[in-house]
Write a protein that binds this ligand. Structure first.
Ligand code: FAD
Length: 339
């Protein structure tokens, strides 16, 4: 499938999402690719329930709510998302670029913004035979490595595996939504916030069973429809946990992967940019957010937001040669989708 757009954005983390808005305010449309099945980058994948305290004008906002609000702000700019696929190839094509994803999508764009954080996220899969057959289902069934819409799991029997913040936070958030939760961990100690662990233990036996010390052993089902998860203790005891879904939270690995081969100067897994424009060593290719580096760089979401604005303003003259860009405040020009 082939697409044409003004700007291709690699990475749908908070900074990539804001780039859609900044480009859109200058009349440039974006196609956005992310290796994850959901938008939001680290905020969605690593700390959806944790409060962030340094987003301007929000005394406190959770990772998930920030992503939701960024999505709302970007939606009127009509971005096209290509999720669950990694950008593998980036080639120059005349004055623009051609991107090819791991699912074979081809995007031709006038400029490229790399908002790739620490690289493409992928799950640490538990080593269970045939697990791929249960992945990628959107109806609250099968195997998942992150949760986008808790409501998908309403009335489902779920097994949550892992012992860190993500596993515990999602068990708390899904309790009362899921029909039943079995919480599986290989030890009776958790690496999550003590207050959250106390809340989890208080729910034991009340629609949620803590199943420790057990490890995932096998999946049982038919034609991709999960029916049960078998767990095994270190001394060989097994239990069969009836389940519609398994949520496995063993962390995500990130990998700069192909980006390192696209001919840009690299500095310790980051892309050096000119901070005034966020252009990399390759004209027309920009980098913003955690992946971008320059002297004094702060790896903060708010820094990435400002970089998105700088990149959009630097891209406009490349795509509109001879057309002057008059700097305007949003209060003067308004924004699409607002009254
Ligand atoms: P990311 O959020 O990392 O998103 C990058 C996205 O690009 C990923 O989804 C990845 O899958 C995708 N990607 C990469 N390569 C490819 C490819 N080749 N093809 C397709 N997709 C690709 N920051 C703050 O400002 N305040 C805080 O309080 C704060 N708290 C934090 C707490 C924790 C626990 C953590 C882990 C981080 C915290 N941060 C905080 C840091 C903040 O989350 C990052 O600065 C921010 O997420 C960077 O955003 P980004 O959009 O640049 O990259």
């Amino acid at each position: 499938m082939s697409h044409k757009t003004d700007v291709a954005v690699i990475g749908a983390g908070p900074v990539g999402l804001f780039a859609i808005f900044e480009c859109g305010m200058l009349g440039m449309r974006c196609h956005v690719v992310d290796a994850l099945d959901a938008i939001g980058g680290q905020c969605s994948a690593l700390y959806p329930e944790k409060p962030i305290y340094d987003i301007p004008a929000f005394a406190r906002i959770s990772g998930a709510e920030l992503v939701e609000r960024l999505e709302q702000q970007a939606t009127p700019l009509k971005p096209v998302f290509h999720l669950g696929q990694r950008v593998e190839k980036l080639e120059r094509l005349g004055e623009g670029f051609r991107l090819t994803t791991s699912k074979g999508a081809v995007i031709e764009a006038g400029a490229v913004i790399i908002a790739a954080g620490a690289g493409a996220f992928g799950p640490n899969r538990p080593p269970l035979a045939g697990i791929e057959a249960y992945e990628g289902q959107s109806d609250g069934r099968g195997v998942h490595y992150l949760v986008r819409r808790p409501e998908d799991f309403r009335g489902r029997r779920i097994v949550i595996a892992g012992g860190g913040d993500s596993a515990v936070d999602w068990a708390l958030a899904l309790h009362g939504i899921a029909d039943h939760i079995a919480f599986v961990h290989r030890r009776d100690q958790f690496r999550a916030a003590p207050d959250s662990v106390a809340r989890l233990r208080a729910l034991d036996g009340k629609g949620l069973d803590i199943v420790v010390p057990f490890q995932l052993d096998a999946l049982a089902g038919d034609s991709g429809r999960l029916e049960a998860v078998t767990v095994r203790s270190l001394d060989g005891e097994t239990r069969r946990l009836p389940a519609d879904a398994l949520l496995a939270f063993f962390g995500l690995k990130s990998d700069l992967g192909p980006i390192a081969t696209w001919g840009m100067e690299l500095a310790l897994h980051h892309l050096p940019v000119d901070p005034a424009t966020c252009q990399t060593s390759q004209p027309g290719i920009f980098a913003i957010g955690d992946v971008a580096t320059y002297r004094g760089k702060l790896k903060l979401i708010l820094t990435g937001f400002a970089e998105a604005a700088a990149a959009a303003h630097a891209i406009f003259p490349l795509l509109h040669r001879g057309q002057p860009l008059h700097f305007e405040y949003s209060t003067s020009k308004g924004a699409p989708g607002t009254a």
